[in-house]
Design a protein. Structure first.
Length: 83
């Protein structure tokens, strides 16, 4: 899925550039918990470990990874809250 295919803009954006794991996955989880079902969280990070950690957490948590992009060091995730 490309960014253009996402129907709505994210309901919340968290920029965690400069933070090292486990902080990005911890803050992603914390933010998703505060959101309503169906809302979209945009996550920006630059720790290379965050790609694996956040992707794994999304699958484990039952939420939906709508989009992932890696440009140079910047990682961008769009996650829809399912539960």
């Amino acid at each position: 899925m490309s960014e253009e295919d996402i129907p709505d803009k994210p309901n919340r954006v968290i920029d965690m550039q400069g933070l090292l794991c486990p902080e990005p996955v911890f803050r992603t989880r914390q933010n998703i918990q505060d959101m309503k079902e169906g809302e979209i969280l945009e996550v920006l990070a630059d720790d290379p470990v965050a790609e694996e950690d956040i992707t794994f957490w999304v699958k484990k948590s039952g939420n939906e990874l709508l989009f992932f992009n890696k440009r140079e060091k910047l990682l961008k995730f769009l996650i829809r809250k399912v539960k």
